[in-house]
Write a protein that binds this ligand. Structure first.
Ligand code: SF4
Length: 751
């Protein structure tokens, strides 16, 4: 904004990072950063921000911010280019690849951080201009199993089908595989009530910052037996149960066995007659099959697989039951996160969590429920508007003839020309590139060109070295990004794009609340919005379909395309969202099917979104992780995040205040394990899986089990853990098994 500075130009918007979408006010300044950041009151953060949010303005002026298009020159270097030259090169490359190898030979990879408008335009561009089936996005890495499980059970998937603040009134919250205290710290305030009642139950193989909120010190060598009498109101205390934390319970299962914990909890609920029989009869189907399926998972048997003492499993099942309305409790929630979803049995685990919640009569009841804690900033909206391989806008299935006809009418195309479904993300990345193999597209079906928007797959994809090799083998790689990410550095064409404080649009938070993102400053240099880039490419490629560049106009089209779908935005517009906010409203929860509809904070209160209105219980069973722990790789490797970094770290590693706190990857291991392996605290550890070898600094901690090591995944290079994670996927959702693989750990040789 140049000289335009001062408080009168402040804008209310939201943090650029995670799905909590904390409210913040940006004020343009004449200082080294273009805006100051101040938290504001919003239902998810209530005036709080984490370190990432406080420092988010730094990325606007990252030292290596991309400000001009880059083209790979004949000498192999990326060099500045004009927009015309860069876009002409992209269009010519697309035409060449499609002429030689077919339409599906050009693939698109989107991101869960894109605004709703960009996600919608990207899906429309792929289906109407490129007419490729091959579009998917990085949300496949983080939300696909939760989405598959929720869609199957409820007929709709909205991460949290209730406001986050509802958690405050519950007597119990079962949180599986989510480290909220580090990934979205302001959300923890909503757990204060349940902690005060001793009802927070965290399931995590690691004593994370969130697990520590239960008040259990833990020792990770073997959990102590819980104590009777510390349980909150009304549960029947487990005979012989020893002390639990003063604010809850931390269950620390063997990695990859969360499903067994859930099967055992449901077994206890069924065996002890704790289920809500009236609710099950009125609002669900399938309970008998599920009842039979958990018969074999009595707690003592489950303990032999998951390592959680049977008494603790019983205690938690009774605690949840006591908190449930059917037993007079104030309410209970079952929440899943990436820790249990990023698994080859992720959909089954989510389904088991939903089965447990349904058995207790929680979903579709005010003050109780099941939800998935979405991670990426627009992980929710990103999967609703058509950048997913199998879906069209409105969260419609791409193989549904009625959905195709509706969306085709909005786009002005023949429904028969809409391709898809395409390959899900991992399969897509695995199949890329055939340059030098002498094969043709017709022979091998491999995409030869890839357009990447808002994703850094070189760091974030599983088995990342293989992905990197595939990207190098492409005929054309185009990357839109803010900074020269590891993926952008491999590209033939790099296009610099606007970021959060430089653009208008909407995001959809983890609770399905549609909110406005607002521009506070101009983008530097020649940076452009993806909406403009897609419109320019569409024009060059002779598209008969219009691609508006005004986000408000794109939103109006998106809203029309969503009308009648599960995620119905048809009653919304930028103007309505602005007016609602000006009147003190914090955004509206979808569905909003009419301009006078108030939004839907709580889903399923009357009926579920299935054809008969009933939720489905589906029997599932434990198979185990895809990567066996055997003598060549005798330990479990689990991955996760640290407070200071976000996803691939492309943004937060460029913020000195964050980078200084956690500047490099590390591997956590228990002192008992460290002594046995001869890997001391501070030594360099060498980790070898069946994909390869990496190295990182060892940190001793009793927060991890002695059979397990933990690494965060925010870095590239020799400590990039996704270079050695498995690309095995869940058979239903296509989600990769980031969270557990087998590993051998040794002290790295001192050179
Ligand atoms: Fe809030 Fe998430 Fe941003 Fe942190 S990263 S300030 S928790 S939105």
């Amino acid at each position: 904004l140049g000289p335009r500075v001062g408080r009168d130009l402040s804008v209310d918007t939201h943090c650029p990072y995670c799905a909590l979408q904390c409210g913040m006010t940006l004020t343009p300044t004449a200082g080294p950063l273009p805006v100051t950041v101040a938290p504001r009151d919003f239902p998810t953060n209530r005036g709080g921000l984490c370190q990432k949010g406080w420092t988010s303005a730094t990325v606007l002026r990252a030292a290596d911010r991309l400000t001009t298009p880059l083209l790979r020159a004949a000498d192999g270097e990326l060099r500045p280019a004009t927009w015309d030259d860069a876009l002409d090169a992209v269009a010519a490359g697309i035409e060449r690849v499609q002429a030689e190898h077919g339409r599906d030979a050009v693939a698109v990879f989107g991101g869960g951080g894109l605004t709703n408008e960009k996600a919608y335009a990207l899906g429309k561009f792929a289906r109407t201009v490129l007419r490729t089936a091959n579009i998917d996005y990085n949300g496949r890495f983080c939300m696909a199993s939760a989405a598959a499980g929720a869609n199957r059970a409820f007929g709709a998937d909205r991460g949290l089908p209730f406001p986050l603040a509802d958690l405050a009134g519950a007597d119990a919250v079962l949180l599986l595989g989510s480290n909220l205290a580090e990934t979205m710290p302001p959300s923890v305030q909503h757990l204060a009530g349940v902690r005060s009642r001793g009802g927070l139950v965290v399931v995590d193989p690691r004593r994370s910052a969130t697990a520590a909120l239960t008040g259990e010190p833990g020792d990770a060598v073997g959990q102590r037996v819980p104590d009777a009498g510390r349980s909150p109101r009304r549960p029947v205390p487990a005979p012989g149960a020893g002390p639990v934390g003063d604010q809850g319970v931390h269950l620390q299962p063997v990695p990859g066995t969360d499903l067994v914990v859930l099967l055992a909890l449901l077994h206890v609920v069924v065996a002890e007659g704790l289920a809500d029989a009236a609710y099950l009869a009125e609002r669900t189907t399938g309970v008998e099959d599920v009842r039979r399926s958990v018969a074999a998972w009595w707690p003592e048997r489950a303990e032999t697989v998951c390592g959680v003492p049977a008494e603790r499993l019983r205690h938690v099942a009774r605690l949840l039951a006591a908190a449930s309305p059917v037993h007079g409790g104030a309410g209970a929630y079952v929440l899943t996160g990436r820790g249990v979803e990023q698994s080859s049995q992720g959909t089954a685990t989510v389904t088991a969590a939903i089965n447990l919640a349904l058995a207790l009569g929680l979903p579709g009841r005010a003050g109780s429920g099941y939800g998935a804690v979405t991670g990426q900033g627009n992980g929710q909206g990103g999967r609703e508007h058509g950048q997913k391989a199998d879906q069209l806008p409105g969260y419609r299935k791409i193989d549904d003839p009625a959905a195709r006809a509706h969306v085709a009418a909005v786009w002005g195309v023949d429904p028969a020309t809409i391709p898809g479904p395409g390959k899900p993300a991992v399969e897509l990345l695995r199949s890329l590139g055939a340059r030098g193999t002498g094969t043709t597209f017709a022979d091998d079906g491999r995409p030869r060109a890839l357009l990447v928007h808002g994703s850094n797959v070189v760091v974030s994809a599983p088995d990342a070295d293989r992905v990197t090799a595939n990207l190098r083998a492409l005929d054309l790689l185009v990357v839109c990004d803010l900074v020269p990410s590891e993926t952008a550095l491999l590209a033939d064409v790099v296009l610099p794009v606007t970021q959060w404080a430089e653009e208008e649009g909407t995001m959809t938070s983890l609770e399905g609340r549609v909110i406005r993102r607002r521009r506070a400053v101009d983008a530097p240099g020649e940076v452009r919005s993806e909406l403009w880039i897609l419109a320019e490419l569409a024009r060059r490629l002779g598209s008969p379909v219009a691609f508006p560049t005004d986000p408000a106009v794109v939103f109006d089209e998106l809203a029309r395309a969503s009308a009648g779908g599960v995620a119905d935005y048809s009653g919304l517009s930028h103007a309505r969202l602005d007016a609602d906010e000006a009147a003190g409203g914090p955004g509206l929860h979808w569905p909003v099917p009419a301009a006078d509809h108030p939004g839907t904070p709580r889903l399923f209160l009357e009926r579920f979104a299935t054809p008969d209105g009933r939720a489905r219980l589906v029997p599932v069973d434990h198979v185990g992780p895809s990567d066996d722990v055997r003598p060549d790789a005798p330990l479990y490797l689990v991955t996760g995040r640290v407070l200071q970094h976000y996803q691939s770290g492309a943004q937060t590693r460029r913020v000195p205040e964050l980078d200084r706190v956690v500047p490099e990857p590390f591997v956590e291991l228990h002192p008992v394990l460290g002594l046995r392996l001869g890997v001391g605290d501070g030594d360099r550890a060498r980790l070898t899986t069946r994909r390869g070898t990496i190295e990182a600094v060892a940190r001793w901690t009793d927060a991890v089990r002695p059979d397990t090591v933990f690494m965060p995944f925010h870095w590239s290079g020799e400590g990039s853990v996704n270079r050695v994670t498995t690309d095995a996927t869940d058979p239903v959702s296509g989600m990769p098994e980031f969270k557990v693989c087998a590993v051998d750990v040794r002290r790295a040789p001192v050179l």
